[in-house]
Design a protein around this ligand. Sequence first.
Ligand code: SF4
Length: 354
Amino acid sequence: MEKQDLRSLHLDEMTALLKELGQPAFRAKQLFSWIHEKQVREISQMHNLGKNLLEQLEQHCTITSMRLERKQVSSDGTEKFLFQLDDGNYIECVLMRYRGDMSKQRNTLCISSQVGCAMGCTFCATGQGGFVRNLTTGEILSQVYEVNHLLQEEGDSLPVGNVVFMGMGEPLHNLNNVRKTISLLNDPQGQQIGIRRMTVSTCGVVPKMHELADEKLDIVLAVSLHAPNDEQRSSVMPVNNSWPLAKLMEACRYYQKQTKNRITFEYALIAGFNDQPEHVQQLKHLLKNLDCHLNIIPVNPVANTAQFSRPDKKQVAAFVKALQQAGLKASVREEKGTDIDGACGQLRGKMLKK
Ligand code: SF4
């Protein structure tokens, strides 16, 4: 029988497991607290469970493990972690520590939901490497727990408080495990991360966006737009061939109707490609009557995609100003960690080449 990963289990699943093992129900709460509140890495650390239960857990269960292969720190403070999974695959996550005002201090972690990605966006290092497999709930969650351990070891008293599903992979292609991770992170007996402090990013998997809308999960939805018309969007995002902009916008409007939440659109600004006055007008038309915010991200250079040139600061500011004058909410989001292969999949790509 395959061992069950305790980090992938909800309280009711732990209760059922312990019942099968002939253990009283109250043990499930203790077990849940060890796994999801204290984030232990070893079964033997759960010292109040009794010898008999610990032996049973060692026999039937496991706790997801991942080894820190490499850590890089950017000049802007962004930290990137490359973890190796039990099967030898690598995943990345990125930590941003926001300081300043006490009330604004937070640690935000951008995590992966898949090894590789099938979506093939041409500006993305992960997309260029293809899809390998979905991550389990325990593997997605462990990125948060392992980084929390690292923070603690460094004496940082703030655990990860904001989670962004924007690392490697398309989260909506692994929706069951992403959804379960969100509810475990949000659990009052676990890390208690507020649901509005979690962002799920999609490149536009329309049927799954409808599914997410019907669930009325209160997460922040971020949609990778990157181009304001079908021709250009299809040229950089193959997903647009399956679900063109009309379908994508229909899904966004449906999502907003169901959840009443503002949608974030990510727009990688590429000099000479999608930064012209006509693109502002196309965006204005596309996003009409939608409560949304545009994050304008000056494109990050990716190996083998030299055709994407980064606009200079003046061009970026002018584009944002034009969007605002057109009545859109827009701001610049500087990509962090560009000097440490900060964009999704770059560090893993280098590791695989080695
Ligand atoms: S940008 Fe996101 S969806 Fe597109 S290939 Fe990269 S990881 Fe996949």
